[in-house]
Design a protein around this ligand. Structure first.
Ligand SMILES: [Zn+2]
Length: 416
C-alpha cells in the first residue's frame, strides 16, 4: 500500500474540546504515522484533498443487532439462520458506508448458532465488507423476562441454544457457553423492555445474587458485561454487581447516575430507541414509519415522562456516555449517525456526543488502537462536509470513509 496524505480542512482528534483547524495526516500501511500542520510527504505518496471537510475518527456504535430487524420481532422462528446471516452482512456494509468503522453487536438474534461470530470471521477474512466487530454473544435473560418468547427453546433445537437462565448455576453455565462460542462481552437483560410483548420495562428480572454470579462468571474469563436495563432499581443492582456498561438506562435516577460516576460505569443511552419513539408515540404517521409492534407504542406512551426525565438526568450528569443506536430493533434504512442529533436534542453537548462515538467508545471497548486520531492508532477515519460542532447532522453525511488505511468511500461513492 502506498503512503497516503490527507489534507484536511479541519481535524478533530476524538478527545479534544474542539477541532484543531487544518492539518495533514500521513498514513502508512494500516496506521496513522504523523498528524501535524504539515507532515513530511514520502516519495510516491497519494494525496487526498479533504480541504472542504472536517475529518474525525471513524465512528464507533457500541450497540447494534446485526441479525435482527423489526419485521422479525413478531415471527422470529420463521426466519432461518442463513437469512439472518444475510441480514447481518447487509447491516455491516451499511454501517461501514455510514462511517462506522467499529461496532459492538449487543445480542445475536440467531439462536440456532453463532452467526455474529461467523460474520466477524467473514469480515476479518475479507469475504464481506464491514466495520471491526466486537461480539457479545446472545443476550441472557430470565424466564418471563425481556425477549422471553424469542429466547425460548424452539421445539427442534439443542439445549445450548437456550439463552433463558434462572438461578446462579444455570446462569454460570449459559455465560460459559457464550464464552466458549466466541463472546467477547457477556450481555444480559436485568429488566423487561419495550420491543417484546409480555414484559415491562420497570420489572427487575434478576435478583442481586443472580446478577453478582453472572458478572463474577464473566470476570473469571476476563469478559466485561453489558446489561440491557431500563428501570432505576435494575440499573442500581447491575451497577452493584459490577457491569461495565449500562445499555439504554433510560429511566435512570440522579442517585444511580451518581453511583455510576463513582464506579466508572458507562452508559450507552441508545436514544434513537428511547426518546425518539417516546416523542413519536402520539403521531400516527410518524409511528407508522418505525414499523414497530403495537405493544411497544402502548409502553412508550405509558413511560414517556420517565424516558424524557431519564434523558435529562443523563445530560446533566458527568457519567461516561458511549454511543449506541440499537439498530436492528429499527431499520438500517435509518443512518445510525442520527443518534448524534437525538443526543444533542436531549441536551448532551455536541463535543460529549462526538466523544461518545470515538474516544470514549474506544475506552469502553478497552481498545487503545482506535477511536482517536494520533500516531500509532489505526487509520480509521471519516470526513464530512461541514463542522459537526456547529451542525451535528453533518455526521449523517460522511462522504469519505477509511478503515485501517483502506479507502472505503470517497466523494460519497463506495470504492470497489
Ligand atoms: Zn439492544
Amino acid at each position: 500500500m502506498k503512503p497516503i496524505v490527507i489534507r484536511a480542512g479541519n481535524v478533530w482528534d476524538g478527545i479534544s474540546e474542539k477541532p484543531a483547524g487544518p492539518q495533514e495526516i500521513l498514513i502508512t500501511g494500516e496506521t496513522i504515522a504523523e498528524i501535524e500542520k504539515t507532515v513530511n510527504i514520502p516519495d510516491g505518496a497519494k494525496i487526498l484533498d479533504l480541504s472542504g471537510h472536517t475529518v474525525t475518527p471513524g465512528f464507533i456504535d457500541c450497540h447494534v443487532h446485526l441479525t435482527l430487524r423489526p419485521e422479525l420481532l413478531g415471527s422470529f422462528w420463521s426466519y432461518s439462520p442463513s437469512y439472518k446471516a444475510l441480514l447481518g452482512a447487509e447491516a455491516l456494509r451499511t454501517l461501514l458506508m455510514n462511517g462506522f468503522t467499529t461496532v459492538r453487536d449487543c445480542g445475536d438474534m440467531d439462536l440456532h448458532g453463532f452467526t455474529v461470530r461467523d460474520l466477524k470471521l467473514a469480515s476479518e477474512r475479507g469475504i464481506i465488507p464491514g466495520p471491526r466487530l466486537v461480539c457479545s454473544g446472545h443476550m441472557i435473560s430470565s424466564r418471563g423476562g425481556h425477549m422471553n418468547a424469542m429466547l425460548s427453546l424452539a421445539p427442534d433445537s439443542h439445549p445450548w441454544e437456550n439463552c433463558l437462565a434462572d438461578g446462579t448455576d444455570e446462569i454460570r453455565r449459559v455465560v460459559r457457553n457464550e464464552i466458549k462460542h466466541g463472546a467477547e462481552w457477556v450481555k444480559y437483560a436485568a429488566s423487561g423492555g419495550f420491543s417484546t410483548a409480555g414484559d415491562d420495562p420497570l420489572q427487575v428480572t434478576y435478583t442481586q445474587e443472580e446478577m453478582n454470579a453472572l458478572v463474577a462468571a464473566a470476570r473469571d474469563f476476563n469478559r466485561p458485561v453489558a446489561v440491557h436495563v431500563l428501570g432505576d432499581e435494575a440499573i442500581r443492582r447491575s451497577v452493584l454487581a459490577g457491569v461495565r456498561s449500562i445499555e439504554h438506562g433510560s429511566m435512570v435516577s440522579k442517585e444511580t447516575l451518581g453511583l455510576m460516576e463513582k464506579q466508572g460505569v458507562y452508559i450507552v443511552p441508545t436514544q434513537l430507541m428511547a426518546t425518539r419513539p417516546a416523542r413519536m408515540a402520539d403521531d400516527d404517521a410518524c409511528w407508522a414509519s418505525l414499523n414497530a409492534p403495537a405493544h411497544m407504542r402502548i409502553k412508550m406512551r405509558k413511560y414517556r415522562d420517565g424516558l424524557l426525565d431519564g434523558a435529562k438526568n443523563i445530560a446533566t450528569s458527568t457519567v461516561k456516555i458511549a454511543f449506541g443506536t440499537d439498530l436492528g430493533i429499527f431499520s438500517y434504512r435509518t443512518n445510525g449517525a442520527s443518534e448524534f442529533h437525538e443526543m444533542v436534542t436531549n441536551g448532551i453537548a455536541p463535543a460529549r456526543a462526538l466523544r461518545a462515538a470515538t474516544g470514549v467508545a474506544a475506552e469502553l471497548l478497552q481498545r487503545d488502537d482506535i477511536g482517536v486520531l494520533a500516531p500509532g492508532r489505526c487509520a480509521d477515519i471519516v470526513a464530512m462536509p461541514g463542522n459537526p460542532f456547529r451542525e451535528i447532522t453533518v455526521t449523517e453525511k460522511a462522504d469519505f470513509v477509511m478503515k485501517g488505511g483502506m479507502v472505503i468511500k470517497q466523494d460519497g461513492i463506495p470504492v470497489p
